[in-house]
Design a protein around this ligand. Structure first.
Ligand SMILES: Nc1nc2c(ncn2[C@@H]2O[C@H](COP(=O)(O)OP(=O)(O)OP(=O)(O)O)[C@@H](O)[C@H]2O)c(=O)[nH]1
Ligand SMILES: *[C@@H]1O[C@H](CO)[C@@H](O)[C@H](O)[C@H]1NC(C)=O
Ligand SMILES: *[C@@H]1O[C@H](CO)[C@@H](O)[C@H](O)[C@H]1NC(C)=O
Ligand SMILES: [Mg+2]
Length: 459
């Protein structure tokens, strides 16, 4: 009897403290609505587990970044991975456990040549599945950032960032013959009317502090940077923007973290659907037939080398435009590319080649003429409306998706566009020899230098 009542009080106490804990959760969560909304708790419960109440006393660090305007779409995807891997690490560090990465909009990239469609400040959700990306780390699109800012500071406040860092290489990267991770302030050049704002192309973005830095090192060095300039009076949020983030290097390229972040970057479902329709209509290709079905979530993916078969077509990524000037020593002529494609089609017994290219109509016409006995197809939007909806960047992604599902892929030497297709095919599980292929300058030189093979790795 005595024993029983004792046990009851213990149970009672446990119950009480649990109740208290639950109440404190509710109290705390109401303060941090902007990071842990109900829908987040529903969709991403692991992100919203309040495992350590101390975390809630930490400010939210909003890490914004931008990339040198001349860099292309596919290098920018790589810069994202460096920062996503960094933020995922940062979130394990005291003081930064609520850090979030804000995605820079895509604005009039140099390769987007259609002038009759609006391609300014496109959100990442136009190209990527943000919900999938958030299963890697806490990333938000620019519109979500504005919403979060308004929620915290009121509706009519222009955004004032706390700190902006403009990065630049050191003049001498290998001082005394060694490369050490470091950063150092320097006087900003006069030409940079830095405080004027308009960061990321938004007139309503300005900053309290603007610092020019020589920077060399990996993303981890940003942790030291954030610590160096941390102010003790930061209360709820800290807004930091890194300009020229392409200067920041990978901690480790091609490791497990790289591939996890990479796998999380699934394309937006609208683009996947456009590609799927084209594959079905023109290439007799579908995921079931091609054995390229993947789990609904990238987190459930497993190694499946050799599992993918691909559709009955070869894909050639033939980079033209600026590559004809900057990289003329490695970029083949249209005729030579055609001869290399033909040899491969004959060897594999395929009749169809899908061409992904930034070539002109004339170049494509010539290519077709060199491949008369084969079917040569490329993706062209079926209406102005579709072109307007997809935009140049979306069309390029559709090309990449179609190439990722081909039986055999051959790409352009040192093109990041090609590298991103290699990666996609690694995720889908193709045998290496059907993926890591490179055009040579000449069809006669079969021993030319090839692109690097970076195979996928899993935990
Ligand atoms: N639609 C389409 N666009 C392409 C194709 N190849 C290149 N482009 C366009 O040209 C851009 C090329 O720039 P990046 O994405 O940086 O890739 P890259 O220029 O091949 O590689 P690096 O110069 O080494 O960074 C793409 O983003 C597209 O906008 C293609 O096959 N199809
Ligand atoms: C800043 O301007 C952009 C575009 O002009 C707008 O979408 C955004 O809501 C504005 N942000 C704030 C906080 O007012
Ligand atoms: C489409 O592919 C399937 C399976 O590979 C094949 O059986 C069928 O004959 C193909 N259809 C055409 C029209 O080529
Ligand atoms: Mg480029």
């Amino acid at each position: 009897m005595k024993l029983h009542s004792q046990r009851l009080t213990v149970i009672n106490r446990v119950f009480h403290s649990m109740l208290l804990l639950a109440i404190s959760h509710i109290v705390h969560t109401s303060h941090i609505r902007e990071i842990c909304e109900k829908r987040d708790i529903f969709f991403e419960p692991f992100r919203c587990q309040l495992y350590d109440l101390g975390v809630l006393d930490e400010p939210i660090t909003y890490l914004l970044y931008d990339v040198n305007p001349s860099e292309g779409f596919n290098l920018r995807r790589d810069v994202y991975i460096r920062l996503a891997v960094f933020v995922e690490y940062l979130r394990t560090q005291p003081g930064y456990r609520r850090a979030r990465l804000v995605l820079p909009p895509w604005s009039n990239l140099v390769h987007w040549r259609s002038t009759n469609i609006d391609q300014t400040q496109l959100l990442w959700s136009h190209f990527f599945d943000l919900r999938s990306m958030r299963l890697y780390t806490d990333v938000i699109d620019m519109d979500e950032f504005f919403d979060a800012y308004r929620a915290l500071h009121g509706p009519d406040e222009p955004v004032v960032l706390d700190e902006v860092y403009k990065l630049k290489h050191f003049d001498n990267m290998f001082e005394n013959g060694v490369f050490v991770d470091k950063f150092e302030e320097h006087v900003c050049p006069k030409s940079q009317d830095s405080m004027a704002g308009a960061f990321l192309g938004y007139a309503n973005l300005s900053t309290r502090d603007f610092t020019c830095l020589h920077f060399q090192g990996s993303a981890m060095l940003l942790h030291r940077l954030l610590e160096t300039y941390r102010r003790p009076d930061t209360r709820h949020a800290r807004y930091v923007l890194i300009l020229n983030a392409e200067i920041v290097l990978h901690d480790l390229w091609g490791n497990v973290d790289y591939w996890a972040a990479r796998r999380s970057m699934r394309f937006a479902s609208e683009l996947v659907e456009v590609a799927a329709r084209f594959r079905a209509d023109f290439l007799n290709s579908s995921d079931q037939q091609d054995r390229t079905v993947r789990p609904a979530r990238w987190t459930d993916e497993k190694p499946r080398r050799g599992g993918a078969r691909g559709g009955d077509y070869l894909c050639a990524h033939l980079r033209r435009a600026d590559f004809l000037y900057g990289r003329d020593k490695t970029t083949p002529t249209v005729q030579s590319a055609a001869l290399q494609i033909r040899a491969k089609l004959l060897e594999l017994g395929l009749k169809t080649v899908f061409v992904a290219s930034d070539c002109t109509r004339m170049e494509f016409y010539n290519l077709k003429n060199y491949l008369k006995r084969f079917r040569v197809v490329r993706f062209v939007p079926d209406s102005y409306e579709q072109r307007y909806a997809l935009k140049d960047g979306g069309i390029a992604v559709v090309d990449q998706i179609i190439c990722s599902h081909a039986r055999y892929f051959i790409g352009t030497y040192e093109s990041t566009f090609t590298y991103r297709i290699y990666e996609e095919r690694e995720i889908l599980g193709f045998p290496k020899d059907l993926t890591f292929n490179t055009f040579c300058k000449s069809e006669k030189d079969t021993n030319c230098e090839k692109n690097t093979v970076w195979p996928i790795v899993f935990h």
